[in-house]
Ligand binder design. Structure first.
Ligand code: KIV
Ligand code: ZN
Length: 523
């Protein structure tokens, strides 16, 4: 049995630290949708964004604050009065607002604003006091805490507590710490800093050495009662602690970690899929809890064991994370209503006209394939969503000639703002030829940063999902598409990314650079 004292708060920062990872930018509506899902699954605190970073961040945080029903809504602010005021403007609409202010306290980070220890201590006192005068609920973070000198860390934590912070977050900003240190650090802070027992200690880990989940759980052992995490472990570099991992670890190993969270774990799979879709960051198949293979059993011995007793190879039930047992779902005789209902089950909602388009593509796929799996449907649904975002460029037809002797040739008809243009280009392989044809018809300076192909289901008739990431003048756009033909999927993903890039160009955000330099300029 767990007691109230053992409750661990879940602080989700998918929309702030997660969205900060290059290429994971979400649209306004996507952020609202993810916030609603987080709120509905029982997340205690949602860090909805960084209001000073851009007008878009500000608008998203304000709207999420106004809509949230249960969770505390938090915004991030540097240790600057202007940042804190802007943050308060955005979160004040929430039933339960929180201001989260931070400053880099390690020697490396102190050197950036070039503040002495005393000057920084004074800045912390001023800014936390200011935040507390605006909002009852203030969280403070010494960024890069795990590389901050012990005497200075205890000094600044005490200042922040005295100035009124109710939550002290201890970030392992660069994913450097190890579990034994993580537990020890929190334990010693609670034991040695005056006033520490009156506040909640939080742990915020990055995954650079693959230890974020272990470090977060160790911090809880040391006395932390708030874990900061993101869905799918989304986040800068190697990402943040994955929400689904810490929550399921606490649930499954309650025998040795008697701590409760308020998360409805059956909602995990759905939100994981939505975050993967809207961020464009696909989940690796062997990812714990939410990977496609996390509950798949292939080897004969495993299958045999599973049939006799699922506990032989499963420490949690697929249903616990919201997975339905069956894999084969639809065939070529299935109708529109079945398709709609199956998509709803998978977390996709489409208006009638969208469903009609999707149904045509579903039928074409079902005609080509013997069986249509859930993953095929998810790929189709994602493709439909991606294609609907912005479509100034559209592929009308593509014919590729391949042979054992190169080069390959692509003959492409592309609609650009409604005008149909045709080009034939050669390349080193069919995808290269196709991309060259696109560039010929729509010249651009974007660099291809990522090209990734995954087979969605098994078999030579499987759909391929292609992800493309483009970069132009610091702006990053991702595109994806799924098709039974890998080259067609590649062309569509490329064009999808270009469409997104065009939109980003149009809406070019004057404050966009703040996001990229904000850590460097943390004071
Ligand atoms: O990793 C980090 O230090 C952060 C802080 C802003 C809390 O994300
Ligand atoms: Zn972080």
């Amino acid at each position: 049995m767990t007691t109230e004292k053992d409750r661990v708060l879940i602080f989700d920062t998918t929309l702030r630290d997660g969205e900060q990872s290059p290429g994971a930018t979400m649209s306004h509506n996507e952020k609202l949708e993810i916030a609603e899902l987080l709120d509905g699954m029982g997340v205690d605190i949602i860090e909805a964004g960084f209001p000073i970073a851009s007008e878009g961040d500000f608008q998203a945080v304000s709207e999420i604050a106004g809509r949230s029903e249960n969770a505390v809504i938090c915004g991030l602010a540097r240790a600057k009065i202007g940042d804190i005021d802007r943050c308060w403007e955005a979160v004040r609409h929430a039933e339960r607002p929180r201001i989260h202010t931070f400053i880099g306290t390690s020697p490396l980070h102190r050197a950036i604003p070039d503040l002495t220890r005393d000057e920084m201590a004074e800045r912390i006192h001023e800014t936390v006091t200011h935040a507390r005068n605006l909002c009852d609920n203030v969280q403070w973070s010494p960024m890069d805490a795990t590389r901050t000198e012990w005497d200075y860390l205890t000094r600044v934590v005490e200042i922040a507590i005295k100035a009124g912070a109710g939550t002290i977050n201890i970030p392992d900003t660069v994913g450097y710490t190890a579990p034994v240190e993580s537990a020890d650090l929190i334990r010693r802070l609670i034991a040695e800093v005056p006033g520490a027992s009156d506040v909640v200690f939080a742990t915020h880990c990055h995954n650079d050495l693959g230890m974020a989940t272990a470090n977060s759980l160790a911090a809880v052992e040391g006395g932390a009662r708030q874990i900061e995490c993101t869905i799918n472990g989304l986040g800068e570099r190697a990402g943040n602690t994955a929400l689904e991992e810490v929550v399921m670890a606490l649930k499954v190993r309650g025998d040795i970690m008697p701590y409760a969270t308020g998360i409805d774990t059956t909602k995990i799979t759905h939100i994981s899929r939505r975050v993967a879709t809207v961020s464009g960051f696909a989940v690796q198949p062997n990812k714990a809890i939410v990977g496609k293979n996390a509950f798949a059993h292939e080897s004969g011995i495993h299958q045999d064991g599973m049939l006799k007793n699922a506990e032989t190879f499963e420490i949690m039930r697929p249903e616990d994370v919201g997975l339905k047992g069956t894999d084969i779902v639809m065939g070529k005789h299935s109708g529109r209503a079945a398709l709609r209902s199956k998509l709803q089950e998978l977390g996709y909602e489409f208006a009638d006209n969208q469903l009609n388009d999707l149904f045509v593509r579903y039928k074409a796929l079902a005609d080509r394939k013997k069986e249509v799996f859930e993953d095929d449907l998810i790929a189709l649904a994602r493709d439909q969503e991606a294609g609907e975002i912005h479509d100034r460029l559209q592929i009308k037809s593509l014919r590729v000639v391949c042979g054992t002797e190169g080069p390959q040739t692509a003959d492409l008809v592309l609609s650009v703002d409604g005008r149909e243009l045709r080009a034939t280009a050669q390349g080193n392989g069919p995808v290269d030829a196709t991309f060259a044809a696109v560039s010929e018809l729509f010249p651009h300076g974007a660099k291809l940063q990522l090209y990734d192909v995954q087979a969605v289901t098994e078999g030579t008739d499987a759909q391929a999902t292609v992800h493309v990431r483009l970069e132009e003048d610091g702006r990053i756009a991702t595109g994806s598409a799924a098709e039974a033909d890998t080259v067609v999927a590649s062309a569509k993903a490329y064009v999808n990314a270009l469409n997104r890039l065009l939109l980003r160009r149009e809406k070019s955000d004057p404050d966009a650079d703040v996001k990229r330099v904000r850590y460097k300029d943390s004071a």
